[in-house]
Design a protein around this ligand. Structure first.
Ligand code: 5GP
Length: 140
């Protein structure tokens, strides 16, 4: 499948649809997932076009991993998570629904069960509250 530049994340990158952003640099962007599997669920994407792992340039992959490490550490601190789960899906059979490469950062808590992938939309004010804490942890 060829990269579709009208996918939701490409639109977020072009500021055509809103996103609650927590971190950005030359090559990557991190923002809140609108249907979080846990409070603080954040996505990291490259700014350049890549549908999945198999067409991701490794120099870009290195930048995505560096951002993932930085943001995951901030999510862990901000949400006081007991653990951090990373998910990354390639192809519909694997659960990929948005065809722009992304890494899920999902905080895990000893006593909180994981919500369904692509479950319920979270309220914007709740996501904004989590983003504020994550941005603060990124600065500290
Ligand atoms: P995938 O299923 O491709 O691994 O992950 C796509 C993720 O993007 C899902 O977790 C879903 O909740 C999230 N998502 C879908 N549409 C939007 C959107 O418009 N904005 C944001 N921030 N997240 C989205």
């Amino acid at each position: 499948m060829a990269y579709d530049s009208n996918n939701i994340f490409a639109k977020i990158l072009r500021d055509e649809i809103p996103a609650i952003k927590v971190y950005e640099d030359k090559e990557t962007l991190a923002f809140m997932d609108v249907m979080p599997q846990a409070p603080g669920h954040t996505l990291v994407i490259p700014k350049s076009a890549a549908e999945n792992l198999f067409d991701l340039k490794m120099t870009v992959g290195a930048a995505v991993l560096a951002t993932t490490q930085k943001v995951a550490d901030a999510v862990r601190t901000a949400m006081q998570a007991d653990g951090i789960m990373l998910n990354q899906f390639n192809g519909p059979a694997a659960g990929q629904t948005v065809f722009h490469f992304h890494v899920h950062i999902v905080p895990r808590f000893d006593t909180v069960p994981l919500r369904k992938h692509q479950g319920k939309m979270e309220r914007t004010e709740v996501l904004e509250g989590h983003a504020t804490k994550i941005r603060a942890a990124l600065k500290s």
